[in-house]
Design a protein around this ligand. Sequence first.
Ligand SMILES: [Zn+2]
Length: 340
Amino acid sequence: MNRYHRQILLPQIGEKGQRALAASRVLLIGVGALGTVIADQLVRAGVGFLRIIDRDLVELTNLQRQMLFDESDAKQNLPKAIAAANRLRAVNSEVKLDPIIADVDAGNFEDFIEKSDLILDGTDNVATRYLINDVSVKHKIPWIYGAAVATEGRVMTILPGKTPCLRCVFPDAPSPGELPTCDTAGVLGSVSSVVASIQSVEAIKVLSGNAQAISQEMRVLDLWTNRLRAVSLDDARRTDCPCCGKHQYEFLKSNHTSITSLCGRDAIQIRGGRGRLDLDQLQQQLQKSGELTRTPYFLRIRLSDPKDVELTVFPDARTIVKGTTDAGRARAIFSRFIGD
Ligand SMILES: [Zn+2]
């Protein structure tokens, strides 16, 4: 029996919808709490191609809600994109997977979108969502916004040219630190799973030729107080929207800041230029500077001096400086050991 039998039984999907799903190409940005559930559901549903982009490594604190990972992934400190693809391949070998370890930004985003039918938001930060919105509207690729913090969640589906975009509804990105995040406010795993499930159903509608069935409202839910609200988007589309009205893609044009504070993690991420790093060469250079760990995906060094700092260097020229929240100090240590 066909593995998609139960899904094909649905009159809304049928064999035609299933064939459309199998021919679809999906881009997932971020494979954390939302992204793992989305990826799991879409791979089981039988999308044709799934590109997964994530910059992080699996940690023990992820396991409470990031459904594709287990203790051995955390112990090995595997990149999330790789650990997710390993698991997904065992779930459905018919789906073509393309895991990429990278930090999506204004400079590289458009390199990743080729032939995507849909972009899914599995990110944990607001800046990347505004970037997804710009890319979506500019290239006319639908995207599905999802967010989960504490016991609350939100979902909205954006079809460029047809529905309001994110900036029609929230014109300006909040400044860093203005909104609570999972790192500061926590999150219930069940809440992110519900949000991701709603995103996945919206995705299946768009990809199976049922875009007319998408939600015309923004869904807002609080699973603790049992409140489910639908915010009407009827009058939300604005002709003066900087993105979908005026086509000024401000987030896509903005220079990527090379220093990012990794909220709640006592770490700073520094990106040094656009090129790639030769980790073998760097390993030679750093041999006497501390305790080295090398995996196929990164080079890590616990420095002998200063003793409280650990550097994790990725081939895409990113370094995570762990042990400080002071951007200046992180920058100085980076220059000293990795160079500019
Ligand atoms: Zn707009």
